[in-house]
Design a protein. Structure first.
Length: 456
C-alpha cells in the first residue's frame, strides 16, 4: 500500500514507526528539512519538503498513484485542505485527517463527499476524553478500551494482595465466577510479558489485562484487587482543547475544577462551561492546590501541552494527598521512566491517535485496533469471513488453528451475544474476534488468518 503522511511531528513519526515495518510504501511531507532527514535516516521511506497542502508538493510525493493520505500536521486547516486537494486533483481513495478543534468536530456534517471529502476524521481530544471517561467509570483500572461497539472491553489493572485471585492460578477465575464471560489475555510482571495459561499464578503487583463484557469488568477487577470507591471530585490542570472537552463531558456527573494559567483562555472556557469551576493559576503552585483542597480530590489530571509541567504538577498533587493522579504525556521516553508510585497513570494522545489510524490501515476486516504498552503490543477486533474452504479460521475449532503463542484469543461476539472462547469454540462467518497480540509484529499473521482466499 502506498501511503502519504503529511506532518513529521510526533504523530507523523509514530505513524511511520508503526507502518514502515509492514511492507508499506511511505512518503512523508513536511516543511522542516531537519525532521525529514531524521525520519529518512531511521526508516526506509521517501520524503518531500514543502507545504503539505500545495498541489505541486503532493504531486512530487506521488499523489497520482497513492492509496491513502494521512494528514496529521499541527494545523487543522492544512489537514482539511490537503484532503480536499487529494480528492479533487488526485482521486486518492482514502483520506484520513487529524482535526483537533471542537469548533470543527462539533459539526460532523462538514466531513462528507459533498463538503470536505475526508473519509476518517480523528480527534485526539475526543479520544483522550473517552479514555478518561472510561477510567472514571472503573476506579482502579489502568486502561479500558472498547470493542464491538462497547459490548466487550479490554481492561488492565494492577493486582493487589488481598484480591481473591492473587496468589492463585488463572484457571481459578472461572471457578470463582462461573457465569462471567471473561478471559485473562496478558500478564506483565516487572515489565516482562508472561503468556497466560490456566496454571500461571497471579502475583501481587502484576499488570493484568483481561477481556470481559462491559457489565462484568468490575466483577473481574474485584478478583484482582479491592474495588476503589467511586470518584466524585475531579481537578484538571490545563484548559486547552482537551481540558475544555473533558470538563464539558463530565461536569454534569462530577464536581469539576479546571486550572488554567492564561487568563484570557480561562475567561473564555468559563463562559462556555456550565457547572465547572475555572481557576486562574499555575497547577504546580503548591499554595493554590492546598487552597483548593487537593487532599480531598479524587482524581487530579494534568492535561496541558507541556509534558514536563504535567509530570511535575501530577507528582505535586500526589504528594499533597490527591487520591489518584493522571498525567498526559506525548514523549515515550517520559512514559517509560515515570515511577508508578509518583504518578498513577499516563495517557498518551499520540498513542491513542495511532490506534485510531491503525484500524483503517490494517489488512483484512479489522474494525478496531488499540495500541498498548507504548506501542509494543496491540489488541485487535477482526471480523471472520468466508467458509471452511476459503478461510483459515472459519469452521475451525480454536485448537485446530495454527497461531503463535503470542496471540491470545480474548472473546468472540456473535450477533448481540458475547461468547467466552474455549479450545473447542468454532469460529463462524461474521464473528467478531477480539485478540491480544503480545508483539505487534504478529499483526501480519493475524491479517493473513482473517483474509479470504477466493477459489480455495
Amino acid at each position: 500500500m502506498k501511503i502519504i503522511i503529511l506532518g513529521a511531528g510526533q504523530v507523523g513519526t509514530s505513524a511511520v514507526a508503526s507502518l514502515a515495518s509492514e511492507a508499506n510504501d511511505i512518503v512523508v511531507i513536511d516543511s522542516q528539512p531537519g525532521l525529514l532527514k531524521d525520519l529518512a535516516d531511521r526508516y526506509d521511506i521517501a520524503t518531500v519538503q514543502g507545504n503539505a497542502a500545495h498541489p505541486n508538493v503532493l504531486e512530487r510525493a506521488g499523489a497520482a498513484d497513492t492509496d491513502m493520505i494521512i494528514a496529521v500536521t499541527s494545523d487543522d486547516e492544512t489537514n482539511m485542505l490537503a484532503c480536499q486537494i487529494a480528492d479533487t486533483l488526485f482521486k486518492i481513495p482514502k483520506k484520513i485527517a487529524r482535526v483537533r478543534a471542537l469548533e470543527y468536530t462539533s459539526y460532523p456534517q462538514l466531513f462528507s463527499k459533498e463538503c470536505l471529502p475526508i473519509d476518517v476524521v480523528i480527534s485526539p481530544e475526543q479520544i483522550v476524553t473517552q479514555s478518561i471517561e472510561r477510567l472514571l467509570e472503573y476506579p482502579g483500572a489502568s486502561q479500558v478500551v472498547d470493542f464491538a461497539d462497547g459490548k466487550v472491553r479490554l481492561a488492565s489493572v494492577r493486582a493487589h494482595r488481598g484480591g481473591p485471585l492473587v496468589g492463585r492460578e488463572i484457571k481459578e477465575l472461572h471457578q470463582h465466577m462461573p457465569n462471567v464471560h471473561a478471559r485473562i489475555t496478558a500478564l506483565f510482571r516487572n515489565g516482562q510479558p508472561i503468556i497466560p495459561n490456566g496454571k500461571v499464578i497471579i502475583e501481587d503487583d502484576d499488570e493484568v489485562f483481561f477481556v470481559a463484557s462491559s457489565e462484568e469488568i468490575k466483577d473481574v477487577m474485584s478478583e484482582l484487587r479491592e474495588l476503589d470507591k467511586p470518584y466524585k471530585r475531579l481537578m484538571f490542570a490545563g484548559g486547552g482543547h482537551i481540558g475544555k472537552r473533558v470538563a464539558r463531558a463530565l461536569e454534569k456527573r462530577f464536581q469539576v475544577k479546571v486550572i488554567e494559567k492564561d487568563i484570557k483562555r480561562a475567561t473564555k472556557i468559563a463562559a462556555e462551561l456550565d457547572n465547572t469551576v475555572v481557576l486562574v493559576g499555575d497547577a504546580s503552585d503548591k499554595e493554590l492546590l492546598i487552597n483548593e483542597n487537593i487532599e480531598t480530590t479524587d482524581v487530579f489530571c494534568a492535561i496541558t501541552n507541556d509534558d514536563e509541567a504535567n509530570i511535575l504538577s501530577a507528582m505535586l498533587a500526589k504528594r499533597l494527598g490527591a487520591r489518584r493522579v493522571i498525567s498526559l504525556i506525548n514523549k515515550n521516553a517520559y512514559a517509560d521512566i515515570i515511577d508508578a508510585n509518583l504518578v498513577d497513570l499516563v495517557i498518551s494522545p499520540k498513542q491513542s491517535t495511532i490506534s485510531a489510524l491503525l484500524r483503517h490501515i490494517r489488512r483484512g476486516d479489522v474494525v478496531q485496533v488499540h495500541s498498548l504498552r507504548h506501542g509494543s503490543a496491540e489488541a485487535i477486533e477482526a471480523i471472520a469471513h468466508g467458509t471452511a474452504g476459503s478461510s483459515e479460521i472459519v469452521g475451525q475449532r480454536l485448537d485446530q488453528i495454527k497461531m503463535p503463542s503470542g496471540i491470545v484469543m480474548g472473546a468472540l461476539v456473535r450477533g448481540e451475544e458475547v461468547l467466552q472462547v474455549h479450545h473447542d469454540t468454532v469460529i463462524e462467518d461474521g464473528d467478531h474476534v477480539i485478540m491480544f497480540l503480545h508483539d505487534k509484529k504478529l499483526i501480519r499473521v493475524v491479517e493473513k488468518m482473517f483474509q479470504v482466499e477466493p477459489g480455495r
